[in-house]
Design a protein around this ligand. Structure first.
Ligand code: KG4
Ligand code: ZN
Length: 337
C-alpha cells in the first residue's frame, strides 16, 4: 500500500510517501519561516496562501523522487487538526480532491497522533505501550500510548504550551522567530548559576504543567536586567527551569505507569539540553528512551504519511465531506478494530 501524506497545519508544508515493505520512500518539506519572520510569529492568512502555492509542486517533487505517479497511490492522508483552520483546509482540500479523482480512500490524520507516532519511524522503534512526552508550540502533554488510537492523557498544560513559552521569552529577548531554537543557542552561552527560576507545579502532586507563571517570571527578569550581557544567563535559567520541570514530570509518569519506555516528540524535543537531561534520566532509571530525529520532531509530511498508512491498513478512512477540526483532541481519535 502506497500512501501520500500531506501536512499543512501551521507554517510547514510537508509531503511524503510511505509504502508497505519499503517504509518512507520520499519526502519534501517547505518551511515558511522566512515569510513569517518579519511579523515575529505565524500570520494565518499568509500561511494558507503559501500552502496553496507550495503544495502541488511539493506533491509532484515527492512523486518524482519516488519514481511513481498519482496512479500508483493507494491512499492519501492529510492533517485535519489541530492547527490553523485556513491552513488545514488547504491540505484537506487538495488531499480530498485528489483521492476523489483517483478513486482511492483519504484519511484525516490527527496532528498530535502523528507527532506521537513519529518516533516509530526510527531504526530501533519503541513498541506499544509506551509513555510519550509531547512538547510542541501548541501542546504539552504526557500520554500513555497503549496502541494505535488508544491514547490516555495523563497530564497537560493548564495554560501556555512549552514551545509557546520558549517563543514568547525569545521574543522579549529580541531573538528572531522562531524563538525556541534561537533561545537555545543563546542559552548555550549563559551561566546556569547566575539566575534561578521556579520549576512550576513540581511541588504539587500530579502530572499537569503550567508555563505561564514561569514565562512571566522570566519576562520580569528580562525587564529588571536589561543589559545585553545578562540575556544569555536569563535564557539559560529559563531553559534549565523548563528542562528540569519536564524531567520531574516524566519521572512521575514513568512511576505511575511502571513504564519502561519513554518517547519524546514535538518541536521542543529538538532541544539539545532537554535531550541530554532525558538521556541522563533514562540511564539512571534504566528505561529506554526514543526521540525522533530532529527533522521529525518539528512538523513534517513523513509522520502524516506514516500515521495515515497505519489507519488505512486498519480500514479507517473518511467520507467525501471536507472536514477539518482546528481543536481536534487526541481523545477523539477513532480507530476500527
Ligand atoms: O511541533 P512543532 O514544529 O509545531 C507545533 O505543532 O507546534 O513545534 C514548534 C515549537 C516552536 O514553539 C519552537 O520554538 C519549538 O517547537 N522548538 C524548540 C526548538 N526547536 C523548535 N524549542 C526549544 N528548543 C529547540 N531547539
Ligand atoms: Zn506539530
Amino acid at each position: 500500500m502506497r500512501v501520500l501524506g500531506i501536512e499543512t497545519s501551521c507554517d510547514e508544508t510537508g509531503v511524503a510517501l510511505y509504502e508497505t515493505g519499503r517504509g518512507l520512500v520520499a519526502e519534501q518539506l517547505y518551511s515558511q519561516i522566512a515569510l513569517h519572520a518579519p511579523y515575529g510569529g505565524v500570520v494565518p492568512e499568509l500561511a494558507s496562501r503559501d500552502h496553496i502555492r507550495k503544495l502541488t509542486p511539493l506533491i509532484q517533487a515527492t512523486l518524482a523522487d519516488a519514481k511513481c505517479s498519482l496512479a500508483d497511490l493507494d491512499g492519501i492522508a492529510y492533517t485535519a487538526g489541530p492547527g490553523l483552520l485556513g491552513a488545514l483546509l488547504v491540505g484537506a482540500g487538495v488531499a480530498r480532491s485528489l483521492a476523489y479523482a483517483l478513486n482511492i480512500p483519504a484519511v484525516a490524520v490527527n496532528h498530535l497522533e502523528a507527532h506521537l507516532l513519529a518516533p516509530l519511524l526510527e531504526e530501533n522503534p519503541p513498541c506499544f505501550p509506551f509513555l510519550a512526552l509531547l512538547v510542541s508550540g501548541g501542546h504539552t502533554q504526557l500520554v500513555w500510548v497503549q496502541d494505535l488510537g488508544q491514547y490516555e492523557l495523563l497530564g497537560e498544560t493548564e495554560d501556555d504550551a512549552v514551545g509557546e513559552a520558549f517563543d514568547k521569552v525569545a521574543k522579549k529577548l529580541g531573538l528572531p522567530y522562531p524563538g525556541g531554537p534561537a533561545l537555545a543557542k543563546l542559552a548555550a552561552e549563559g551561566d546556569p548559576t547566575r539566575f534561578y527560576l521556579p520549576r512550576p507545579m513540581t511541588q504539587k502532586p500530579g502530572l499537569d504543567f503550567s508555563f505561564s507563571g514561569l514565562k512571566t517570571a522570566t519576562l520580569q527578569l528580562i525587564t529588571a536586567h536589561h543589559q545585553a550581557e545578562q540575556r544569555a544567563h536569563i535564557a539559560r535559567a529559563f531553559e534549565e527551569a523548563v528542562v528540569e520541570t519536564l524531567v520531574i514530570k516524566c519521572q512521575r509518569a514513568i512511576q505511575t505507569k511502571a513504564a519502561t519506555q519513554l518517547v519524546v516528540a514535538g518541536g521542543v524535543a529538538a532541544n539539545q539540553r532537554l535531550r541530554q537531561a532525558l538521556k541522563d534520566f533514562a540511564t539512571r532509571e534504566s528505561i529506554s528512551l526514543c526521540f525522533p530525529k530532529p527533522a521529525y520532531c518539528t512538523d513534517n509530511g513523513a509522520m502524516v504519511a506514516f500515521t495515515g498508512w497505519h489507519h488505512l491498513q486498519k480500514g479507517n478512512h473518511n467520507d467525501l465531506t471536507l472536514q477539518v477540526n482546528p481543536r481536534w483532541s487526541l481523545g477523539e481519535v477513532r480507530v476500527r478494530n
